[in-house]
Ligand binder design. Structure first.
Ligand code: F6P
Length: 551
């Protein structure tokens, strides 16, 4: 049965005229080398570079022509992208399987804007929470917020997982340069006790504040860690009243927060129209705000908003997130590219690829359309990456000479935050060199001409024609981080719209959680309790019981 929530107005992907045209176009273009494309058009770099919002977005080293772009834009139009963007900004329930609006764009809307969900303007509530966060962040930063014994807070520990961890840790790391250095920030996410122990072992409970982040306040990992944190604190301070000074919560679930023992006065709310992986700019970013201060947090929000406005209003052929999303669709569908590598040449962005993994893969890892019909095309690719130049000495070999096509997003900044000698020139020279080498390679003739013995020539030849996009900005600032995150958010939206999938649900994470709940009591039960999993899982449970006892 198809989903009664969704209109059936969009033709299935393979039947959209632009899809058929792209298919035909691909058969002509697939053998075309970037060397030829560049040689044939001296204006190519200019033609396929977009400069806006302080970003220089060079997509000329992609395997496209003006025709490709025209057809991809037509595909976006025929996929209802314009209408879908408007529907998101108007608060329509575009998360159809959860019957929810998708309004992370409201989290960064300026005070004077109006954005409606269920007939109510949500912007005043957003700003009320931001004001409450700002007041609290200032108290912690200034030392006015005291722990139970009267000492000031020195350590802030974010407890959360998924969007309630990856956003905060990514943004904290990305903006560490701007952070208050007499505060120490840590992040606990994994239910593996090691994460908890290593994060707390050298800390004084009197000076430690836990920010428990969970949209639902029911997530197993987060609740387990939050209870361990409570025990750890009470063991050190010996008084239940201490919880009020050392725990705050960020959640949509007031009842559960109160049941945990956190006063709702110390709770920062958000709303069901904010998906976990789209929540870094909600109260989930509280630890980031404590680190960098309200002013810089607001600067980050203004960066997000600038990209939102660009996405909402720019024509598709000059729209950064649309172009980025269309390129993903192009390689995924026609070149059979399974992955996208995100390669920031900026050490502070070291957690950016991990953050993007949840954003992209939880959003677009779907196998049925909005109507519940199985897709007969590829959906979301695997996103992965590491900061440059480290990756060059590990996995770049495969990108250069392997048998797989891996489109790369290179990200670089012209001004170093920490200038040291000539490090930055070396860093940036490397990113440009990598993109150049991937695109143009080194022919057998060139290798031979350099005096390489004949038998070694095939090994030293670089085929080239490996696509990449290079994004350059002046400097990594909070505002620029907001722009970059929103760029990827809306690229994911563009892809999901073309594939006609629900980019905002995550049913695929449920089954494992349910099965784990069943297995937990089975560990405690004796061997006489019959197990009714498959034979492999049954044997693993018995083996675990045995090895655990052996200790
Ligand atoms: O299990 C997946 C997920 O629901 C993510 O979508 C979410 O970011 C994460 O778990 C954490 O959820 P919560 O914020 O409710 O603890």
């Amino acid at each position: 049965m198809t989903n009664p929530q969704t209109p059936h107005t969009i033709t299935s992907l393979r039947n959209r005229p632009a899809w058929a045209a792209l298919n035909e176009h691909f058969s002509e273009l697939r053998k075309m080398h970037l060397r030829r494309l560049f040689a044939g058009d001296p204006q190519r770099a200019e033609r396929f570079t977009l400069e806006t919002l302080g970003l220089y977005f060079d997509y000329s080293k992609n395997r496209i022509t003006a025709d490709t772009l025209r057809l991809l834009v037509e595909l976006a139009e025929q996929s209802g992208l314009r209408e879908h963007i408007d529907a998101m900004f108007e608060g329509d329930k575009i998360n159809v399987t959860e019957k929810r609006a998708v309004l992370h764009v409201a989290l960064r809307a300026p005070k004077e804007e109006q954005i409606f969900a269920d007939g109510a303007d949500v912007v005043p509530e957003v700003h009320a929470v931001l004001d409450k966060m700002s007041a609290f962040a200032e108290q912690v930063r200034s030392g006015a917020w005291k722990g139970h014994t009267g000492k000031r807070i020195r350590n802030v520990i974010n407890i959360g997982i998924g969007g309630s961890d990856l956003g905060p840790v990514m943004a904290y790391e990305a903006l560490k340069y701007y952070s208050q250095r007499d505060l120490n920030f840590r992040f606990i996410s994994n239910v593996d006790g090691t994460d908890f122990v290593e994060a707390t072992r050298d800390l004084n409970a009197e000076e430690t504040l836990f920010v428990v982040c969970s949209k639902t306040f029911t997530t197993l990992e987060t609740m387990t860690n939050a209870h361990s944190a409570r025990e750890w604190l009470l063991k050190a301070l010996g008084d239940e009243n201490a919880v009020a000074r050392h725990f705050v919560a960020v959640s949509t679930n007031t009842a559960k927060v109160e049941a945990f023992g956190i006063d709702s006065a110390n709770m920062f709310g958000f709303w069901d129209w904010v998906g976990g992986r789209y929540s870094v700019d909600s109260a989930i970013g509280l630890s980031t705000m404590i680190a960098i201060g309200p002013e810089q947090f607001h600067a980050m929000l203004s960066g997000f908003h600038a990209m939102d406005e660009h996405f909402r209003t720019a024509p598709f052929e000059r729209n950064l997130p649309v172009l980025m999303g269309l390129l993903v669709v192009w390689y995924n569908a026609f070149f059979d590219a399974q992955t996208v590598a995100v390669l920031p040449y900026e050490q502070y962005l070291k957690r950016f690829p991990a953050y993007l993994q949840q954003l992209t893969m939880e959003s677009n890892g779907k196998h049925v359309t909005l109507q519940g019909e199985p897709v007969d095309y590829q959906t979301g690719p695997v996103y992965w990456g590491e900061p440059g130049t480290n990756g060059q000495h590990s996995f770049y070999q495969l990108i250069h000479q392997g048998t797989k096509i891996i489109p790369c997003d290179f990200i670089a900044f012209a001004q170093p935050l920490n200038p040291v000698g000539n490090h930055h020139d070396l860093l940036v020279a490397n990113v440009l060199a990598q993109a150049e080498a991937l695109a143009f390679g080194r022919t057998a003739e060139e290798v031979t001409a350099a005096g390489t013995p004949e038998w070694l020539v095939p090994h030293r030849t670089f085929e080239g024609n490996r696509p990449s996009t290079t994004i350059v900005a002046a400097r990594l600032t909070p505002e620029m981080l907001g722009k970059l995150v929103a760029l990827y958010e809306h690229s994911v939206f563009t892809q999901g719209t073309i594939w006609q999938i629900d980019s905002f649900d995550q049913w695929g994470v449920e089954l494992g959680k349910v099965l784990a709940e069943k297995i937990i009591p089975e560990f405690a039960a004796g061997d006489e309790l019959p197990l009714n999993h498959d034979s492999s899982t049954n044997a693993l449970i018995r083996q675990y019981r045995k090895l655990r006892r052996a200790k």
